[in-house]
Design a protein around this ligand. Structure first.
Ligand code: GLU
Length: 295
């Protein structure tokens, strides 16, 4: 059975961009007698707020989007993430990193050939070569993040691929060879976050039996390393359907700061939810149809 999900972070009110993502996942499931599930990605305690979570439920209901089963809250699932990190550690793929953002920026500036990812320079691997002893000693007194040694992990996992039913930002479609190194040695956990976005997403997509991950094209690069984590953790591989982003009048991605485009604001202006959904569906148009599974 087709299972899709909407996975918002309660760090602000839902805006037109998030409504589009929700509608896309919803329509894909409903069009195929599938299930549409909800997940609240609320483990970044510094940015998530309970009132935004409540607003997510209200706004989705106002739009007329019903989800199947109870919503999964990531803050309830920390033990599952810890177990996954432990498994990766047992595979010898996890190392502590003591670098601050500033250290990383300085290291990148010093290096002539710093590797770059889609969002800028990648972590240059400064702490990857520390001996166990040295790392152990520093862990007693310094704060650290846990990173995945992606190069080593790729040697263990071998060649991987995933199926893209939508479109990547460069039109990528169909069977895609995974390039997990695109984002460098990703963080798995840090002082502020018991589990990183990538780690929690793969664990939860599996827990919710998600078979088609739908989300914006800005997260396309994430699929490459998430595919690797699925292989290392023996989790099933969903298909992916990345969709285009709804842009504002100036061609920028909506952000949580665009108060005028929040569903709250549109509702206060007296806009009808059906009309918002219709407009968003028209935008999706051929894009939605093209990315239907099996087509
Ligand atoms: N929580 C993420 C966001 O709000 C979505 C992650 C995903 O769909 O994989 O952008």
């Amino acid at each position: 059975m087709l299972v899709t999900r909407f996975a918002p972070s309660p760090t602000g009110f839902l805006h037109l961009g998030s409504a589009y993502a929700a509608l896309f996942a919803h329509d894909m499931a409903r069009g195929h007698d599938g299930r549409f599930v909800l997940r609240i990605e609320d483990i970044d305690a510094t940015r998530c707020r309970p009132e935004f979570e409540t607003a997510i439920y209200e706004d989705l209901r106002w739009l007329g989007l019903c989800w199947d089963g109870p919503a999964l809250r990531q803050s309830d699932r920390l033990l599952h993430y810890q177990a996954a990190i432990q498994r990766l550690d047992e595979l010898g793929l996890v190392y502590p990193c003591f670098c601050s953002r500033k250290d990383i920026a300085q290291e990148v500036a010093r290096s002539l050939s710093a590797p770059h990812g889609p969002d800028g320079p990648l972590y240059p691997g400064t702490c990857r070569g520390l001996t166990r002893r040295e790392a152990g000693l520093r862990m007693r007194s310094e704060t650290y993040a846990l990173r995945l040694d992606v190069g080593k992990a790729v040697m263990q996992s071998g060649v991987l691929a995933f199926d893209e039913r939508g479109r990547g930002p460069r039109g990528e479609h169909g069977r895609i060879a995974a390039e997990p190194l695109r984002l460098g040695d990703i963080v798995l956990a840090s002082r502020d976050r018991a589990a990183s976005y990538h780690l929690s997403v793969v664990v939860d997509d599996a827990a919710q039996s998600v078979s088609l991950v739908t989300r914006g094209q800005d997260l396309f690069a994430a699929a490459h390393v998430q595919r690797l984590l699925q292989a290392l953790l023996n989790l099933p591989t969903p298909d992916y359907a990345h969709h285009d982003l709804v842009l504002d009048a100036t061609g920028r991605k909506f952000s949580k700061r665009d108060h005028g485009a929040t569903l709250r604001a549109l509702r206060a202006e007296g806009q009808a939810p059906e009309e918002i959904c219709n407009q968003l569906r028209r935008r999706a148009g051929a894009g939605l149809a093209r990315s239907l599974p099996g087509t």
